[in-house]
Every structure is written in C-alpha cells, then in structure tokens.
Design a binder for this molecule. Structure first.
Ligand code: SF4
Length: 286
C-alpha cells in the first residue's frame, strides 16, 4: 500500500529549493559557522566567507567535495535566499546598499525557518486523505506562506516560536495519521525483523536487521548508522542527523519529513529510493 497518496505541488516545492542565481550569497554571509562543522573557516554572522566572490559566486564551488567542505555541501536554505533577495528586498543588493545589509541577514534567518516549516508542511500534505486534517494543514500552509511575504520590518517582528508550535501541532497530527496507516505492515514486518528500541542515539548502529517501518527518528542521531537495504516506510526523519549513514539500497520513498540536506550528508547509491521532491546527489555510488 502506497502511503504518499497525493502528488507534491511542483510549483510550490520548487520555490523551496536553492536558487543561488537569484540570491546575494546570503547563506555565505548571514550565518555564523565553524571549520569543525565542515565550513572553510570560523566565521561570525554577517561577515562574508573568504571564498565568496563579488558576483556572489563561490570561488571553490567545484571543489567543495575535494576540500571536504561538508557544511557547505549539505546546507539548504529551502529557497529563503531568493525569497529575501527578490521578494522581501525587491532585488536590492546588500553590497550596494550597506544600510540594508543587517536587516537582510536578519530577515534571511527568519524566512529560512519559515521555508523549512513549509517544506515539512508540503511533505505532510502528500500523505493526507482525511478532510479535517487536510483543511487544517492547508490553512497552516497558507498562513506560513503569507508570513514569508510580509515587509522587512514585519518579518523581523514575527514570533517564530509561536508559529512553530502551530506548525508542529499539525505535523504531529499527520505523523499520527501515517503511523496508524502503516501499523499493519509494521506488525507483519516484525516477524522477520527485530523491534526498534526507542531512543535518540543510533550512532554507528547496525539497523539492517531492525524493523524500521513507521520508526520515530525525530531528532535522532543516525550518524554512520547502517540502514543499508532497509525499508523506512512511514518513518519520521524530521531533524534526524544522517551524516555518513549508509542508506544504500534503502527505501525512503515514503519516509516523512526528509530534506535534501539530510540526503546530501548520507551515503546512498542509485538503488536508494527517495521521495520525488528530492534528488540523488551526483557523488552517490551509481
Ligand atoms: S566556501 Fe563557498 S559555499 Fe561555502 S560558505 Fe564559502 S562561499 Fe559559501
């Protein structure tokens, strides 16, 4: 039985994908980052990265992998960069109008969170057949989208934590709905697979013989775990750390809340099944 019953809205989802051509290098300036997290240097927020060129292109873009800049390779702004540059600030470049620079960076940090929420909400919408949940979900999507289109000052004043509570509530409802739908299959699968022990720390664990259908991996540490050829149908992967997790041949087509950034840090191959909204990284094994 397929869990993802609705098609993803391609137009909306494409607005939540990175488009560096229409951005002003915001993620390479607005964020603080450190060398230990796979970025080129330790840097404070608001200071441009040493590799950012005046045309907002990265001078080492082709060599990010060779230079082991995993932080840069996996970072995902969820399309917040182009939204802030082209919609909120109407194409004004912060280098030419330095007075707007800090406002732009602050707005980027807020919009990035809202776009991430939109990504999860859009993903949730593909699983839902229940009208009540669907209506509430659509109304939270519309409200979140509206917030991203406010003017600069109003964006900075958004109570993001309050809005996140509302978003989390509906995501949880969708997750419960999916868990119920997948429960029979989970029971069937438990005959030949071990039960998953609840927890957050799965670092380096071999999960190949564990029943991962409907697993709750929200915020879990799956770093360097082995999930090769597993079935992660209905598994909740929101905020899970998949760095170097072996997902070669794994089925994540119907996993919930997976992002491109998580996929980019994991070790997959051409047999790994991903949701249609995500792409296989070029450096995965063919
Ligand atoms: S190395 Fe390139 S991609 Fe990474 S932060 Fe610097 S300019 Fe951006």
């Amino acid at each position: 039985m397929k869990l993802r019953i609705n098609k993803i809205d391609n137009e909306n989802i494409s607005n939540l994908k990175i488009d560096c051509e229409n951005c002003f290098g915001l993620c390479c300036v607005a964020l603080f980052f450190s060398k230990s997290d796979g970025f080129p240097q330790d840097k404070i927020a608001g200071k441009p990265c040493i590799n950012l060129q005046p045309d907002f292109k990265c001078s080492v873009h082709k060599n990010l992998r060779k230079k082991r800049l995993k932080g840069c390779m996996s970072y995902d702004c969820f399309g917040a960069g182009q939204k802030v540059a082209q919609v909120t600030f109407k194409g004004h470049d912060w280098t030419k109008s330095p007075d707007i620079a800090n406002k732009m960076f602050d707005a980027f940090l807020i919009i990035r969170q809202l776009h991430e929420m939109l990504w999860y909400l859009m993903d949730a919408s593909t699983f839902i057949s229940n009208d009540n949940i669907k209506n509430e979900l659509n109304s939270v999507i519309a409200e979140t989208e509206k917030l991203t289109r406010l003017d600069q000052q109003s964006i900075i004043n958004i109570d993001i934590d309050k809005h996140r509570i509302k978003v989390n509530r509906i995501l949880k409802q969708v997750n419960e709905f999916v868990k119920k739908k997948v429960s029979d299959e989970k029971i069937k699968n438990s005959k030949n697979k071990k039960a998953l022990k609840e927890g957050y720390d799965f670092i380096g664990r071999d999960l190949t013989n564990t029943n991962l259908i409907g697993a709750n991996f929200a915020g879990a540490l799956l770093i360097a775990s082995n999930m090769k050829d597993t079935n992660l149908k209905g598994a909740n992967l929101i905020g899970a750390d998949l760095r170097d997790a072996d997902i070669r041949g794994a089925n994540l087509e119907d996993s919930m809340f997976l992002t491109q950034s998580q996929v980019n840090t994991a070790r997959g191959n051409s047999r790994t099944k991903l949701p249609k909204s995500l792409s296989m990284p070029y450096y995965w094994e063919k």
